[in-house]
Structure formats: structure tokens, C-alpha cells
Design a protein around this ligand. Sequence first.
Ligand code: LLP
Length: 432
Amino acid sequence: WSTTAQKVDGELHVGGLAVADLVAEHNTPAYVLDEADFRARARAFRDAFSAYDVFYAGKAFLCTAVAAWVKEEGLSLDVCSNGELTVALRAGFDPARIGYHGNNKTVTELRRAVAAGVGRIVVDSFVEIERLAMIVADTGLSARVMVRVTAGVEAHTHEYIATAHEDQKFGFSITSGDAFEAVRQVQVAPGLELLGLHSHIGSQIFDSSGFEVAARRVLALHARVSDELGVTMPEMDLGGGFGIAYTTQDDPSDPAQLATELSKIVEHECRALDIPAPRLSIEPGRAIVGPAMCTVYTVGTVKPVRLDGGAVRTYISVDGGMSDNIRTALYDADYSCTVASRTSTAPPVLARVVGKHCEAGDIVVKDEFLPGDVAPGDLLAVPGTGAYGRSMASNYNHALRPPVVAVRDGVARVVVRRETEDDLLATDMGDQ
Ligand code: LLP
């Protein structure tokens, strides 16, 4: 839960507002974004990394308001698509403080990033280095470049969000020599300024040893570049991926503390290697916005289902589902939830919260004990949905994507409005 979330007589309040009142005004499903919580988490990272740079990873959740908060809190911003860049620029984000990612940036995207003057482009393939060299030669502009490397770490997280093992699409392999070669090519290309190495080992990671191993391997390459090419790269980025608690079972380390530890490791290793420590940066997304948002749904159908062996599981259907939170279906993610609109003294029952989409895998919360009297019209709130919830939402079954309602000090404002049927029909050209 976000820090301002609390129950008052069984009613959930966030940002000084009763969720039931928010629903009366904005309906469900809705994401409720706790602005103070978001800002506090952003600041905690910034302070832990005061000598360095923190890029908020916009892929976790981005809208114009959030980009403005990130700017106001003094963080930089990581984008990985033209769309995210557009939002950042619309918010007035200084392009020099934007990093641009992606394993398949098109020439058009690269041209735009260079023309906008983004502060760093993280290259991910030899063809991209060629394209970038061509663009700067064509335009007479220059580009500041980081080289994304694969640290060869087995991060303990879901396969789809682990990125430091060799057999996946991101980065240049350190072990094969590609990473060194990529650095060499960037370094000799006129108009490309080599900033340093970039490593992101995966997402929702709790075990800090993965980051440490990655930092050591990346630094070893950093030192080799200094030795063999005579180039001291000024920067190094260790990516994002700091895990957050989704249920009470998770026990996350303090991400800001982890950030401090990482910078100590880098400084220590650099002393041992006798090279100047590069300016370090990180790219947390989930750890900043994840806990800051919850999703509020209205209960519809309640259906007890008898399981093999005689136990009963109560299926509670809500008015959203995999279209506003795909993570349970996609990563087998665990969530929890609570009744947000009232107290209940009914004994708890084993419940599964499901959506309204046309497939059995449309599960929001796999297992939760909820009061046995949960009934149509009750509000359910799912915490920790800020990261990769709205940002991966879809229009599956022509669902209208929910709004994001930001709350702060008793005031609510819609920062992303609910989609309408007109929005859906706007792209449907009819049978012409
Ligand atoms: N930097 C890079 C280069 C990344 O690829 C990512 C996430 C981040 C930073 C931010 O990672 P975070 O701190 O948010 O864990 N959709 C998945 C997560 C995919 C992450 C993709 N890259 C999920 O819902 O778990």
C-alpha cells in the first residue's frame, strides 16, 4: 500500500480521501495514484544517489503529470519509445535529462531522439551504432551514447523479465567480445560521444547479489576499455529492477539502501582497479510507482465453486481484469486485495478475484481470504498496481481502459481520463 493509504472504520482512504467517495465521482475500475507517495519514493532514490543520477523508468507508468513530478523531484527520465518521448517532451522535460532505450529503434526514432537532443541513447546492436553514426553524419548533430551490455547474471525472477543471461534479445555479450567491439565502434565514430556501459539485469529482483555480480563484470569491462583503448568512460548505469512487495509474503530490501550499497561496491572496485569511479546511474521504475497506485473495482458476480476434495473457492468477479492488469496472467504474479467500502465480521473464505474477460486465465488475485459476505456492489482494492498496470493495459474485449485518479492532501484530479466508446470507435474505419 502507499504510505497515505489507511482504513478508517473499514473504509479505505488514500491521499486523505475515502475511496468510496472517489468511486462515487469517477466510477470503477479506476487506478488511484498517491502523489505524495510517488514523490517520496522518487526523492528517496534521488537522495540515496545524490552524487549520481536516477532515471525514472517511464515504461512502468508514464503520463504528463507523472513526467512533471519526476522533473520537479530532480530525477532524470528513461524512455523506450517515441510515445514515451512525446509525453516527456510534452511535460517540458529537459531532453538532456532523458535516456532513450530499445533493442529495435528505427531510423525515424533515432533521428527524432538525436534531433530532440536526448541526453543519452543506449545502443543495443551493431546496426544501431551504424544507423546512429549515419544520422549524426547526415545532420551534423552529435549523440551521447551508452552501450548496453549483457552481464551474464542469472537474475532470480520470472523468465520474461530477466535480461542479463546470454540467450535473450537485449545487449551486447561481454563474454563473446561483442561488448568490447561495440564500445570500440562507438568510440571511433565521429559525432558519437561514448558515455559508458549500461546493464539491466531484470525486473522484480530481491537478491542484491545479482546487482553486485553485474556491477563487477561491467566494471571489469570498463577497466579493460580504459587499458586497451585508453578511454576513461565517465558514466555507468546499472539499470532498474528493484523488487517491491506485492503481498505480505514478499520482503523487499530497501531500494534506496541497495542503491547506496551499489555505489560503494563500484567505488571500492574502482580503487582496486586503480581507475576513477564512473558517475553511476540507475533506472528504477517499479520501486517508485508500483506501491504508489492501487486499483479499485466493484464486485459483480460472486460464485462459490466446489473444488476436488470438497473445499470451496469463492470466485469474485470484478468490473475489470486482465485488460487493466495483465501481470497475473502473464507472469503468474501474486497480488492481494481488501474490501475498500465497509467492515465485515463475516468469517473469511478462500476467494479468487477474477475479471470480466472471456477467458479462464483472467485472474486478478489468485488467492485471498476475504469476508464470506462479499457481495455485488462492494468495492475491492488491489494494492501495488502502479507499475506495469495501466502501462500494459489493453482494450481486450473492447474494454475501456480505466482512468488514473491522482490524490493528494484530500484533493483528487484525473491525470489520465477513462476511455470512452468514442475513443474505441475513433480508430475503427467502418466497412468503407
Ligand atoms: N531499465 C531498463 C533498461 C529496463 O528494461 C527496465 C524494465 C527498467 C529499467 C525498469 O525496471 P523496474 O525498476 O521497473 O523493474 N512488464 C514487466 C516488467 C518489464 C520490465 C522491463 N524493463 C512486469 O510487469 O513485471
